[in-house]
Design a protein around this ligand. Structure first.
Ligand code: FAD
Length: 347
């Protein structure tokens, strides 16, 4: 079948315990942009048991259509039935683009589905856009350039280079995107989608995985991806005890403490608080980078913050290249002084 038979931008609408994950809304936001460029529409694929009622929320965040695969076999995420469900939807409806969150579930599901439907997948994309491929065609071969391709950009080689990847000869073009990278739209209250139920048929099968018990992890740290103000510390902070200084600043301004990978590696803070390529992608209104050099892998996780304020004793630290405001000085002096000044300001 020709590639032109594949139409529409599809999003895997991840839900856990019948609650939609934030990534579903973020992907819908991106899908809307892509669909506009392709003059097509956005479809959410909702897989689970008793999930149909979630379709309205997906509509409010940009889905024109919702395909619901509802079956008791899909109550909890298991690789095999979910792969069967999503691959069957792709084979039946033939999307041009299929986006999946790079969550624990999506990282398991996406590659298996892509292998099953015999297409490619680019993982952990940071930019998705529609364009021509190859970007710079070989002179004399301009007519071989393909248009309206999904150009999938992601860091490669440990973040030292950025690669733009396309999938010109197979469909769908599949990509995973980490939570926090794309922006959801403001919900359109009361929006309705065309809801279609599709069930490829499931036979109870506990041959691969049988869930005996689900034990929920209790989070002891705040979710830095939700924070509006982040006070982030790096190796320059010097010790776990010195983070008290950052916590004091955060307390005064209603912020949350986060950190660089060096801090996690030193055992000063848990990995849940790490910002960056192998940590979390954050988008707060204000991001304080204190004693953080600004390595590319760190910046990848925080450069979308509205305002970046860097405090570093080295005036040549790369963090100043992305900062909106910078203080060159010893954080042991600057941070307590700033905390006191803000405290005075607020009382
Ligand atoms: P450093 O680079 O050591 O910087 C410390 C800074 O503190 C310096 O700029 C120094 O001038 C300043 N300083 C020191 N003392 C003071 C003082 N008294 N007052 C003011 N300033 C002071 N890193 C991440 O953060 N997140 C990631 O997700 C991540 N993923 C990675 C993935 C890969 C594949 C690789 C290879 C690396 C990754 N890294 C990541 C590591 C990254 O390359 C850097 O090593 C790390 O970000 C450095 O952390 P830092 O800025 O806290 O420490």
């Amino acid at each position: 079948m020709g590639l032109e038979a594949y139409k529409g931008v599809y999003v895997f609408a991840q839900q856990v315990d019948n609650v939609l994950s934030g990534i579903a809304f973020e992907l819908l936001g991106k899908a809307k942009d892509l669909a506009k460029d392709l003059s097509t529409d956005v479809t959410a694929v909702l897989i689970g048991s008793g999930v149909k009622d979630l379709a309205d929320q997906l509509a409010e965040y940009g889905a024109d259509k919702v395909i619901v695969v509802d079956d008791p076999e899909l109550k909890e995420y298991r690789t095999e039935p979910y792969t069967h469900a999503l691959a069957s939807v792709i084979n039946e409806y033939k999307p041009e683009i299929m986006l999946v969150g790079a969550t624990a579930i999506g990282r398991d599901l996406g590659p298996r589905v892509s292998a099953r439907v015999k297409t490619g997948l680019t993982a952990d994309c940071t930019v998705l856009e529609i364009g021509d491929f190859p970007l710079n065609p070989v002179p004399g071969k301009e007519n071989e350039q393909k248009h309206n391709q999904l150009l999938m950009t992601r860091p490669a080689f440990g973040g030292n280079t950025i690669a733009t990847i396309a999938c010109p000869d197979n469909r769908p073009q599949m990509a995973t995107v980490r939570p926090g990278v794309m922006q959801k739209i403001d919900p359109i209250k009361g929006a309705k989608a065309n809801v279609v139920e599709y069930n490829p048929g499931f036979t109870p099968n506990d041959k691969y995985v049988e869930i005996l018990n689900v034990v929920k992890a209790v989070k002891e740290t705040e979710d830095i991806m939700e924070a509006k103000i982040l006070v982030s510390g790096g190796r320059g902070v010097g010790s776990a005890e010195n983070f008290k200084m950052l916590q004091d600043l955060a307390d005064v301004i209603g912020g949350t403490v986060s950190c660089s990978r060096a801090v996690v590696e030193n055992g000063w803070k848990p990995v849940d608080l790490q910002v960056g390529q192998t940590g979390k992608t954050v988008r707060p209104n204000v991001y304080f980078a204190i004693g953080i050099s600004g390595a590319i892998q760190h910046v990848a996780g925080m450069e979308e913050a509205d305002i970046i304020i860097a405090i570093n004793k080295d005036e040549d630290a790369p963090i100043f290249d992305v900062a909106d405001y910078g203080v060159v000085g010893d954080l042991h002096k600057v941070v307590p002084a700033l905390t006191e000044a803000l405290k005075a300001e607020m009382t």
